[in-house]
Design a binder for this molecule. Structure first.
Ligand code: GLC
Length: 740
């Protein structure tokens, strides 16, 4: 028996039932910083335990932390190693803020382009999402913090998220939506958070088949399953299904959270407009404590076996021990490296550099008609409603508050040698923060921020913005750089893929006047770009986080090659597969995933789909001049290809390998599926031969009877720059296998 199980067994024997119950349902953090809290059991050396958001950086109440780029930007870098570095950095910051579990990564697949949380997720493709998820999980655990992969599963919209049932067939669940979570389990993730939604009619916290049978049974997950906040459906149902920890465990607004509080959880019709919409996406904050006395009563009544409570506690203690938080009888810290528990680090130079690197690496050059890189001496006009502030992220639980940030104006003024004029053009696009719109959501948590951040911004023309003034500034410059953005939050989906306000009009007016027009888009995912044929270059920079202006300046001036490729298809709004009400947002509380596995590029590749992507999955230009040759098969999971950079400057390439199944496939399969990728930096004139590992599950398909199945036959491997730009192909002979 290893040390962990000895320590945990000892504690399980020693803990009273009352003490065990205090370990499965949250309490209010006396320090007021944690998102979720357990008081521990002092007499037995079980320490207090803090859980904290979120995927873009640590959101400890009243505390600042590094604001990293949004998850979708990390995925756009096609660099799981970057995800790992970011996970480790966030974990160090969590430690520095005395937190033990990070509620990250979020990895729900991007099924619906409007989803208000797409920025917190990775991709429409399960292989890109899986590898990026595994990287993030490994990084968080590298620093002895518990990673919490979320939201399990099929939580692909914010509209009606606490009531909707995702109606998904088994093959689609297995081949798409479950895969990134399985990858997290294979990366030894410590915790899984159940989603608010139902799947095929059963609430995820009560879902015995997906939580008990698949996650814990089939995949062997041995960590703990935590509810989303106020997302526990029932005591007996959840305990039986396999939920191990109810969070936050205390109703909002009770004396525990804010003795002075005199408000009540508002009924939806007390609110209007956006607040009412967001309210519709919030759980009932008074529904808490289900794993307190009700669980004790259910055990006493024989509705929940007593050893289920022991299993819950064992899973939690096992993770506490893994990160070195449990003392052994001698008072020494436990098995994890937590005994050398670093004090973490916060807002250090290496974290700031990493935030900038990821933001630049995730930036996608969608179009470039020889407008970029900007000339060193070029006089520019920086135009846009929010150019005076970094685009940190979207609204909701992922919001971070950095110590410092660099606005586009500040970043470009610091980098440019030429003149930099500034004009907002149209009214600022206001942030949409869940906590601003519904202040009670954050009621009674932590002190407000006392200090002021260091925003490397600059004074902005305080006069009313006007398109005419922006046009004049553009006309007087050699190049206009226009920054536009969308507006998103958790608990609400976007109503449209068009940019809010009069930003499209601004871009069109500037493009009509400027010698050269470059547009930088800061969005959560796909947006409509109606002026795209009227401008000279377009960059998709997502939500770059605190390093915004610095990172985009590096890319605009060519200090860094735009390393990003699209992790999600950009297409006309109505062309996506979930574009009817029955599929999204659903009717009578059910969203029917009738498109099956044909999400994203899998949909647009179908012979019967006429709509063409505006920009395909995997798309992105480089400043260099890259070519492919001499592709070959190494073995049945590895292919080789040679890449050459003929330019006189370095460049980054994301080599993608897609698999096309044999024509003899007995079921309707996607034309191609991403099976592997690698992002490489090539020096000027460099030639390099790469070997790409192909994911077995990209070869396979899920059969409801036979399980994962690899059909024998001849597969085609496409070596490509995107799903629509294939450069080399090779044939791959595959024998039949079943275990993937
Ligand atoms: C939120 C989110 C989840 C977050 C949790 C705690 O509702 O769905 O991602 O970690 O509650 O804030």
């Amino acid at each position: 028996m290893n040390d962990t199980s000895q320590r945990v067994d000892f504690l399980l024997d020693a803990l009273t039932r009352e003490e065990k119950l205090r370990l499965v349902s949250g309490r209010t953090d006396p320090d007021g910083t944690a998102t979720g809290y357990l008081p521990g059991v002092d007499r037995l050396g079980v320490p207090e335990f803090r859980l904290v958001d979120g995927p873009l950086g640590v959101r400890a109440e009243g505390k600042r932390a590094t604001a990293f780029p949004a998850s979708i930007a990390v995925a756009a870098a096609f660099g799981p190693e970057l995800a790992r570095e970011m996970g480790a950095a966030m974990a160090r910051e969590a430690r520095a803020l005395d937190q033990d579990a990070l509620l990250a990564p979020g990895t729900n697949l991007i099924r619906v382009p409007h989803c208000g949380r797409n920025f917190e997720y990775y991709s429409e493709d399960p292989v890109l999402a899986s590898r990026t998820t595994a990287g993030a999980v490994a990084g968080i655990h590298d620093e002895d913090v518990i990673a919490t992969v979320k939201h399990y599963v099929a939580n692909n919209q914010e509209t009606d998220r606490v009531r909707v049932s995702s109606e998904v067939d088994e093959r689609t669940l297995r081949e798409l939506y479950l895969r990134p979570f399985r990858a997290a389990v294979e990366a030894d993730v410590g915790s899984v958070m159940t989603a608010y939604n139902r799947v095929n009619g059963t609430h995820m916290s009560d879902h015995e088949r997906l939580v008990g049978d698949v996650l814990k049974g089939e995949w062997g997950f041995d960590g703990y399953v935590v509810s989303d906040w106020y997302g526990t459906e029932s005591t007996v149902g959840a305990a039986t299904a396999g939920l191990d920890l109810e969070m936050p465990g205390v109703p909002v607004g009770t004396e525990d959270t804010d003795p002075e509080s005199d408000w009540e959880w508002p009924a939806g019709d007390d609110l209007e407009g956006e607040a009412a919409e967001i309210m519709g996406g919030l759980p009932d904050g008074t529904k808490a404590g289900l794993f307190g006395d009700p669980l004790a009563a259910a055990i006493d009544a024989g509705e929940v076996p007593a050893d289920r409570l022991d299993d819950m506690v064992r899973r939690l203690l096992g993770q506490l021990d893994r990160i070195g938080r449990l003392e052994d009888e001698g008072g020494e810290s436990g098995s994890g490296d937590g005994s050398s528990k670093s004090d973490g680090e916060l807002d250090t130079p290496r974290h700031r550099r990493l935030a900038e690197t990821i933001a630049a690496r995730g930036t996608v050059l969608l179009e470039n008609d020889d407008a970029l890189p900007l000339g060193e001496e070029t006089d520019i006009a920086v135009i846009g409603p929010n150019v005076h502030e970094a685009r940190l992220g979207g609204g909701g639980s992922s919001e971070t508050t950095p110590f410092r940030s660099t606005s586009p104006v500040a970043g470009l003024r610091a980098r440019a040698a030429g003149e930099v004029a500034v004009a907002r053009g149209v009214d600022s696009v206001p942030d949409l923060s869940l906590f601003d719109v519904l202040p009670f959501v954050g009621e009674g948590e932590g002190e407000q921020l006392a200090d002021e951040p260091t925003t490397e911004s600059v004074g902005i023309d305080a006069s009313d913005p006007s398109i005419d003034a922006a046009v004049e500034a553009a006309r007087d410059a050699a190049a206009a750089v226009v920054f536009v953005r969308d507006r998103t939050t958790e608990a609400k989906d976007r109503d449209s893929l068009r940019l809010p306000g009069e930003q499209d009009e601004l871009v069109a007016a500037v493009a009509g006047a400027a010698d050269e027009t470059v547009v930088v888009v800061n969005s959560s995912g796909p947006v409509e770009l109606p002026w795209r044929e009227d401008v000279d270059a377009i960059l998709e920079a997502w939500y770059p986080g605190q390093a915004d202006g610095a990172a985009i300046a590096e890319v605009l001036y060519g200090d860094r090659d735009p390393g990003g490729r699209l992790p999600v298809t950009f297409a006309p709004e109505g062309a996506y597969p979930a574009s009817n009400e029955r599929r999204y947002p659903g009717v009578d509380g059910r969203a029917h995933y009738e498109e099956g596995v044909f999400v994203g590029y899998r949909h647009f590749d179908r012979d019967d789909v006429e709509a063409e992507p505006t920009y395909p999955f995997g798309h992105g230009h480089s400043y260099a001049d890259l070519s492919y040759r001499a592709a070959s098969v190494v073995d049945d999971r590895t292919v080789r290809v040679t890449i050459e950079n003929a330019a006189d400057r370095s460049g980054r390439e994301v080599v993608q390998a897609y698999l096309r199944p044999p024509y003899s496939s007995p079921v309707d399969r996607p034309v191609r599926e991403l099976a592997g990728f690698e992002s490489v930096e090539l020096a000027a004139g460099e030639t390099r031969t790469l070997e790409l590992e192909l994911e077995s599950r990209a070869l396979g398909r899920y059969d409801a009877e036979a399980g994962w199945t690899i059909d024998p036959g001849t597969y085609t491997v496409e070596l490509a720059r995107s799903a629509r730009d294939v450069r080399e192909t090779v044939s791959l002979e595959v024998d039949s296998e079943n275990e993937v």
